[in-house]
Design a protein around this ligand. Sequence first.
Ligand SMILES: Nc1ncnc2c1ncn2[C@@H]1O[C@H](COP(=O)(O)OP(=O)(O)O)[C@@H](O)[C@H]1O
Ligand SMILES: [Mg+2]
Length: 231
Amino acid sequence: MKLSIENLNSFYGSVQVLRELTLHVNTGEVLCLLGRNGAGKTTILKSIMGLVEHNGSIMLGDCEISGLGAHEIPRKGIGYVPQGRRLFAELTVKENLQIGMLIKGEDSHSLDRIFKLFPVLKERLKQESGTLSGGEQQMLAMARALCLQPGVLLLDEPTEGLMPSMIASIRDVVLKLREQGVGILLVEQRIDAVLPVANRVAFIENGYVKAEMERDELANEPDLMRHYVGI
Ligand SMILES: Nc1ncnc2c1ncn2[C@@H]1O[C@H](COP(=O)(O)OP(=O)(O)O)[C@@H](O)[C@H]1O
Ligand SMILES: [Mg+2]
């Protein structure tokens, strides 16, 4: 599914944080947002989910979703994994997944699909989420978002604080979803986590898209990397 954001302006109270922002994520494509802390990356994802006051257009396929209530947007087909994972720590893996299913009333068929992507979760259904490793918690957060079979998935720094082996597992899942035609908007601060999966990259600063390019063009732009990400 295609996600098109045009002229997005977003506000926290009277403070404008995003300005005239335009971005497109095509079907089966990973667009990566790069930028320093405070650049506005999380605010972009929250605006898409209807969690931040904004104006402008946000289209999912042919459907305008800007202005819909935050509870309606996941049902339209957008999955969201917030920064920091936000699981219900006292609930088990199974209960967290059941919450993901409730939103749309999905069946065991969806669960089978999810266990194919994240086999480790199937072995841990009765474990309390708060006792999972960081990587397993990230997988559960992604699994919960995928219960709705979204056409577009928003991931906010999924590899933050994870070991290299977990980063690799998450990368594999992103690649599988992309193959299935899911459009993915991926926020990352680590370029090494981005390069293997991104089709395109957009650099965000002060609420603006400052540059946008194909992944393969990045190698020719070391100055952009230094300026926008600090490497
Ligand atoms: N709930 C909030 N209320 C007011 N300002 C906020 C809030 N959340 C974020 N901001 C501000 O919005 C700007 C962008 O933040 P954010 O989108 O979280 O950046 P990033 O994800 O790129 O680190 C920052 O200046 C931040 O201080
Ligand atoms: Mg953020």
